[in-house]
Design a protein around this ligand. Sequence first.
Ligand code: COA
Ligand code: AMP
Length: 638
Amino acid sequence: MSGTPRGDYAKAFAAAQSDPATFWADKAEGIDWIKRWDRVIDDTRKPFYRWFAGGVLNTCYNCVDRHVERGRADQLALVFDSPLAGTQRKISYRELQVLTARCAGALLAMGVKKGDTVVIYMPMVPEAVVAMLACARIGAVHSVVFGGFAAPELAKRVVDARPAAMISASCGLLPGRSVPYKPLLDEALQIAGVPHTPCLILQRPQLQASMLPGRDIDWDEAMARATPADCVPVAATDPLYVIYTSGTTGKPKGVVRDNGGHAVALRWSMEAVYGTQPGDVYWAASDVGWVVGHSYIVYGPLLQGCTTILYEGKPVGTPDAGAFWRLCAEHKVNVLFTAPTAFRAIKKEDPSGALVKQYDLSKFRMLFLAGERGDPDTIEWAGKILGVPVIDNWWQTELGWPAISNCMGIEALPVRPGSPTKPVPGFDIHILDEDGREKAANDIGSLVIKLPLPPGGLTTLWNNDAGFVETYLERYPGYYLSGDAGYFDADGYGWVMARIDDIINVAGHRLSTGQMEEILSAHPAVAEAAVVGVVDALKGQVPVGLVVLKSGVTQSEAEICAELVAKVRAQLGAVADFKSVQVIARLPKTRSGKVLRVTIRSMADGEALKVPATIEDDSVLPEISAALHSLGYPRSDN
Ligand code: COA
Ligand code: AMP
C-alpha cells in the first residue's frame, strides 16, 4: 500500500506500519497494568519477538475484577443458554468474580502453582469459562481441548502439556444424546501414562460420572470449601494458554499465547474490528475448545466489558433454524460471530429466512463470519435475510485474532463478498512466490506476514521453539508462513483461497488429512492411504479416503472400510466427520512416488482434472474416478 493515507482505515494501517511501538503502546492503554512495560517490542532474541517485555498484569483481573471495581458489577458478564439442557443462567461480573476466585482457590488447593499447566476438557458450560479465568487468575497455563476429540487425541495433548491438574465434566450434550466425557478423560490419562493426575469434575444433572476416590474432586464440593484466591502478578511475556491445533502430522501443535500482547490485541480488536463498546452483548457461536471460543467467547468480550453469550446448541434442530434469532432477540445481542457453515445449515432449513421475521432483532447490528472461506452465496444470503452488514474475517489459531478484516470500529469499507477485505492494522501481509518474490496484484501465492507478528500472535510452540521456527519461520526468513494461499486485488483487498498443506476445514473445524492417513495406514490390512478434503455444500469440506490393501488380505473390503471409519472416529473424534472411504488397487503417484492428492481432489470435486506431467501412470485414473463415483463424488449439489 503506498501514497498518503486518506480514510481512517488507511491512517490506522499506516500508523501501525511506520511506528508499531507507538501504535501498540497507545492500544495498551486499554489494559490495566500492575507494572508498565520496559520495551513495547523486545527484538533481542529474534525471531522470538516479545511484546510489552517487563510489563506485569493479570489477564483475569482485566477480564473480571476491574469491571467490578469500575461500575459493571451488576452488568451481566455471561449468559449461558442451553436448549440442549433446557436451562439458562445469567452471571453478573460480580458473580463471575466470586466464581473465578473460588475456582482459583480450588485449583491452588489441588496443588496447582503459577506456571503449571491445566488441561480443560469441558462442554459448553459456564464452568469452562470460569476454569479458564481461574487459571489466568493464579498464573497457571490452561490448555482447553475441544470435547469432540476422542481419548487418544486428548492423551496426546496431556503428554505434551504435562498438566498438574485436569478439569472436566461428566458429559457434554448433543441433540438427542449426552456424550460421556469422564470415561474419555479416564482413558486419555491411562494412554498418557499419568492416571493419577488430579481431576476436578463437574457433575451435570444429565449424567453422573463415577469418581475415582482420592483422585477425582467434585466441582461443587471444591467450590464450596475453597478459599477465594486473588489475582497474582504475571509477566506480560508469561504464557496465558496453550491451544493445540492441527498440523501436517498426527502430532498437534501447541500454540502458545502470552498474557500482555494477547490482552492488548484482543481488547483492541473488540473495538476496532468488531465495533463493540463496553456494555454491548457479543455472541460468538463457536466452542471454547477452538480459538474462536478462546478469543471471542471468553477473552475478547470480557476484556472489553461486554456481555458474552455461551450457547450449548446447534444452529438448526435445537429446536429449529430460528435458534440463532431466538437468542439474538432474547439476549439483545448486538454482534454475532460464527462460521459460514452455520449459516449454510440455517439456509438449508429456512431458505427464505421466514423464521427471522418472528423475532425482534432491533438490537442486532452486525454479523461476522470466519473459520473457513466465506462463500459469496452465504454472505449475500445472510445480508439479505438479516439486513445488517455481514463481515468476513480471516485469521487462524496461531494468529489469535483477525488479520484480514473490515475493521468496523475504524472505518467500514465496501464489502466484496468472498474477500475478508484488507489487512488489519498491525499485520503486514505479503503474497510471495516459490522464490520469495512479491506476487503482482490478482496473482495467487503464499500468504505470509512480515515479522514481528503484532501482539496476540503465537509466541512459540509449547516446549518446541525449534518446531515453531521450522514450521512457520524457515520457509521465508523474516516472515510468518500462514499455510494459506491467496492474493490481493488491485485495490488491496485480500482473497484467501486455499491451503498449501494438507489441512482441511470441516464445518469450521480445522483438521489434518495427514493425521487421518496415519490412522488409516495403521490398520493391519492397509498398505497405503490418501485422504483429501472434498467440497461439501454444508460443511465446506469433508474428508474422503482411498486405501490400497496389503497383498494377501482376505477380510472383505466392506468390513475393512467400516473398521476404518470407526477407527478415525475412535482415535481422532466424531468431529472429523470421516465417513467415506473406498478400497482401490493403487494410488495415482508421480514418478518420484508422491501421491497426487490434488488430482484425486479435483476428480472428487468435478473440477477440470489436474494431472501433472510427472504422473507415473495415468491408466490408474479411471479406477480412481469409479471409486469416487461409488462414494457419490462429484456431488450433484456442489
Ligand atoms: N462432543 C462430542 N461429539 C461432538 C461434539 C462434542 N462436543 N461436537 C460435535 N460432535 C460430533 C457430532 O455429534 C457429529 O457426530 P455424528 O457424526 O455422530 O453426527 C460430529 O461430531 C460432527 O459434528 P458437527 O461438525 O457439529 O456436525 P453436525 O452435522 O452435528 O452439525 C453444523 C453441522 C454445521 C450445524 C455444525 O457443524 C455447526 O454448528 N457449526 C458451526 C460452526 C462452528 O461451531 N465452528 C467452530 C469454529 S468457529
Ligand atoms: P483455525 O486455525 O481453526 O482458525 O483455521 C484457520 C484456517 O481456516 C485458515 O488458515 C484458513 O485456511 C481458514 N480460514 C479461516 N477463516 C477464513 C476466512 N475468512 N477466509 C478463508 N479461509 C479462512
